[in-house]
Design a protein around this ligand. Structure first.
Ligand SMILES: *Cc1c(COP(=O)(O)O)cnc(C)c1O
Length: 304
């Protein structure tokens, strides 16, 4: 039987992360507050409820279908009414309506083109919401072609587009995923430095107050570093909820919709999988024992 992180373990690791976030905030100049987004992708509703019971309100999902399901989950709607969803995955234009229709959607962090912004704007306008939809522009800081995000040279024009042509959207800031295996002994993460440079240049060229433009960077293994460099929004998943394993339906089933009974499982180890779970990353060599072990790995050094 699979062992998942228990509910009380989630509370414990959430507290641990929150205290690490506030310690890191003290180490940086300025007095901006960093928001913790608990990335709950692949994790079940009870663990979300548990984090919510510990005061957590912002949760992140990066698959449209999973956001839809959890966003409409009756238990969460009833018992976690103040939940604030962040969409943090790659978004195709034909799926924007599914995202915008999610109850308690708070922010889309991954706007990576003017066209996507336009589509979100239209969709949000149709819903006639009172508030604007918060969005961030995702920047491809590493320059690798397969990564999503706007190249740094085009960030200004996409931000300008959001601000001037998308009245239903509120531009909140810039986001990057970046390399998560960066070795900090080699100096600061170049993706984070790049995002900060984009932040500075966009703010100056568009005349924006830098304190009002957020920076979303930092995940489980580098959120403290990101905060020290100025991140105002860290997205932390496995350190709170335990390691993830993916059920890749496409692998064993040519028709993924029809069966969920014979899944193969892949390990969450590549950056691509952050965005493209269904891009048939297969790992047939991994045994079930191996996976059970992975499930038990809790990436938290909790000294309590
Ligand atoms: C999964 C994911 C995270 C969280 O990753 P962890 O390493 O588990 O903290 C953060 N940001 C994005 C965009 C993600 O897809």
């Amino acid at each position: 039987m699979k062992r998942m992180m228990s509910e009380s373990e989630v509370l414990k690791s959430l507290r641990n992360v929150l205290s690490r976030v506030s310690q890191a905030m003290e180490k940086r100049p300025g007095n901006q507050v960093t928001r913790l987004v608990a990335v709950s992708k692949t994790k079940p509703v009870p663990l979300i409820q548990q984090a919510y019971s510990g005061g957590q309100r912002h949760f992140g999902e990066n698959y449209v279908q999973e956001l839809e399901e959890k966003g409409h989950d009756a238990t969460l709607l009833e018992q976690c009414a103040e939940i604030k969803w962040h969409f943090i995955g790659h978004l195709q234009r034909n799926k924007v309506n599914k995202v915008t229709a999610t109850p308690n959607l708070y922010m889309v962090e991954t706007v990576d083109s003017a066209k996507l912004a336009t589509a979100l704007n239209k969709s949000w306008e149709k819903l006639q919401q009172e508030n604007k939809l918060n969005v961030m522009v995702q920047v491809n800081t590493s320059g690798e072609e397969q990564k999503h995000g706007v190249p740094p040279s085009e960030v200004e024009s996409v931000v300008d587009h959001v601000k001037t042509k998308c009245p239903a959207l509120k531009f909140n800031g810039l986001m990057t995923i970046g390399a998560f295996d960066h070795d900090l002994t080699q100096g600061p993460n170049p993706d984070f430095i790049k995002l900060k440079e984009c932040h500075t240049s966009v703010c100056s060229s568009l005349g924006l107050n830098p304190e009002e433009v957020e920076i979303s960077m930092g995940m489980s293994n580098d959120f403290e570093h990101a905060i020290e460099l100025g991140s105002t929004n860290v997205r932390v998943g496995s350190t709170i909820f335990g390691a993830r394993t993916y059920v890749n339906k496409a692998t064993n089933n040519p028709t993924p919709e029809t069966s969920t009974t014979t899944p193969s499982i892949t390990n969450d180890s590549t950056n691509e999988q952050l965005n493209d779970r269904n891009d048939t990353k297969t790992n047939t060599s991994q045994s079930i024992d191996n996976i059970a072990e992975t499930l038990q790995t809790v990436h938290v050094k909790d000294k309590e």
